[in-house]
Design a protein around this ligand. Sequence first.
Ligand code: COI
Length: 368
Amino acid sequence: PMGPRDLDASLLVVEENKDRKAPPPSSTLVFGHSFSDHMLTAAWNSKTGWAPPAIHAYRPLTLDPSSVIFHYAPSLFEGMKAYKDVQGRLRLFRPDMNMKRLNNSAHRIALPPVNGKERMLHGVPSEPGYSLYIRPTLIGTQAALGVHPTNDALLFCIMSPVGPYFKGGFKPVALEADPTRVRAWPGGTGHYKLGGNYAPTLRPQMEAASHGYQQNLWLFGEDHKLTEVGTMNLFVVLQNEGGNGYEIVTPPLNGTILPGVTRDSILTLARDHYREIEGLPSAQELTVSEREITMGEVQQAGKDGRLLEIFGAGTAAVVSPVDRIGFQGQDIDIPVGPEGIGKVAKAMLNRMNDIQLGRIEHPWSVCI
Ligand code: COI
């Protein structure tokens, strides 16, 4: 007897959307507001496995109101970008990392594993700084109110042409660090990309905004360890005590930190290639650390003039410079210079762009 079927890309059914619209002019794009005119769906059942995947017109989903997704939030997603490179070919940036993380997330909330590679890339904007944001999503759809692993699931993938996160230059963000707001905790789900991790961040973000800060700096523990910023991983650049050399610090993957693809890429670039990266302080020694860093240490470095940069790192914005942190009633200012972005963040961004756009050949950037 045959077991449940794997997801099989060779069974792909393609129904062309006859009503294809011209993509909106790139200059009008707002992140995540426009979508490609096709999407992929694949349904899964615990007995039969994956039905053949289909590419069809972008359209609403129809789900029973008792579907578990609406009640208990079995939902995960991924974000990655497709780029048109300098020769007009399409490239994905480290898609294997997203696939692996998708399956880790699925395992945590008892959704089925997804194996397979899908291609459905129409309308990738070609202007510099523009790309196609790809959003695979997997949800439980069984129509039943019991709290148990779902017997039905739906994988879908939608795509959104996007522009530079910060149009017309960088706008550094101010962060509020309030230790009473907690994003993730040991034994929890902070290191999985679950939909349910994001809704609880909205009220804290609104509170921070009402105090004049754009984003939350998520702390953890009595000693106020820095963890993430907004929806991004976090990097701190410190000058060493004594003034000689720099340290690039990001919190370790201890179960409360999302294992970001951009985080991993920046760490690897900084460790392996920093000497080749224009703009980085190559004469001095550069240390790259995955270690805990507390607000006390950041405050002290700020007082000593050794706090050089703080930036967020994620797929959507790549890097997002920070110029101010509010903590315990005081502001810590972080220099960002006239361009609104520090040297390390800028060097990393440029290097990432070069790889993503195929200006530098690199195994991370996969031609498709
Ligand atoms: C990021 O790329 O920074 C993200 O976390 C994606 C965001 C739209 C949820």
